[in-house]
Design a protein around this ligand. Structure first.
Ligand code: APR
Length: 249
């Protein structure tokens, strides 16, 4: 068993306001590539060129070409044991919510009820001309014959998933809720994130400053490891179910 997992189980078992922050790493074992680290999306594309609001508005087709590839995987992805373990931790009261940077919707699919999506949801697309919304899966089905996709109501060609692109403001309600949860948390479980994108990476900092004990579960070291009481370098799909098993023992 990884070092520290017993202590992590003790902390979560005793938590009254546990909080989880997740990133792309928690969905890696569902087949969705991460952004950074080995094989990450940003090792193949420049995020500013393909995933900023300016580049999107200048050339929606460039964005949708990448989004089509990522969507063909993300829209079929299923929750992995790491997502299911986080839902189990919430059901047992060891965490009160999951704050996620992910837009794949897999936490809710896994049964997590209180999910705060800091970077929006990739499951819906909005027409920036007329505001019409439609499921991302329906737009995905048109991308083979329509690039960039057109709005079915007004014919506009600026359809955008309801996700936060670089250069866009964060969703205010979700951001306020995430920091309110962090400031009340007593245990902060950070899973599968490189913790290099702000303000999301501020969530665990606010938690620690408010007295929370931090647990980091990540495949690689993070800049916040030194602030954590427990650091477990491993795959969340293996470590989190083991955590749940130890707590239930
Ligand atoms: N289990 C645990 N951790 C993993 C696993 C795994 N199976 N696989 C990868 N990781 C780790 C990687 O080592 C990396 O540190 O998950 C982390 C993923 O980091 P990023 O790819 O940077 O993802 P994230 O931190 O969520 O990125 C934040 O950046 O591009 C923006 O909007 C995008 O929400 C994203 C934000």
């Amino acid at each position: 068993m990884p070092d520290g997992i017993d202590r992590a189980a003790e902390l979560l078992a005793a938590a009254h306001h546990g909080l989880a922050l997740t990133g792309a790493g928690v969905s890696a074992e569902s087949g969705i590539p991460t952004f950074r680290g080995e094989g990450g999306l940003w090792t193949k594309y420049d995020p500013v060129k393909v995933s900023s609001i300016d580049s999107f508005l200048a050339d929606p087709a460039a964005y949708w070409t990448v989004a089509k590839q990522r969507g063909s995987v993300a829209l079929k992805a299923k929750p992995n044991p790491g997502h299911l373990a986080l839902a189990a931790l919430e059901s047992a009261g060891h965490i009160v919510a999951v704050v996620t940077q992910n837009t794949d919707g897999l936490h809710r699919d896994a049964g997590s009820r209180h999910v705060v999506e800091l970077h929006g949801s990739g499951r819906t697309v909005e027409c920036l001309s007329c505001g019409r919304r439609e499921p991302r899966s329906e737009v995905q089905a048109r991308l083979d014959v329509e690039m960039p996709p057109r709005c079915l109501s007004c014919g506009g060609t600026v359809l955008k998933p309801t996700v936060v692109l670089f250069g866009e403001p964060m969703p205010q309600a979700a951001t306020e809720e995430a920091f309110a949860l962090a400031s009340r948390s007593d245990v902060m479980l950070v899973v599968g994130t490189s913790l290099v994108v702000f303000p999301a990476a501020d969530v665990p900092l606010v938690a620690v400053r408010s007295g929370a004990r931090m647990i980091v579960v990540n495949a690689e070291p993070t800049p916040f490891d030194r602030l954590a009481e427990v650091v477990i370098h491993g795959r969340s799909g293996e470590v989190l179910p083991e955590l749940v098993r130890l707590i239930d023992e």
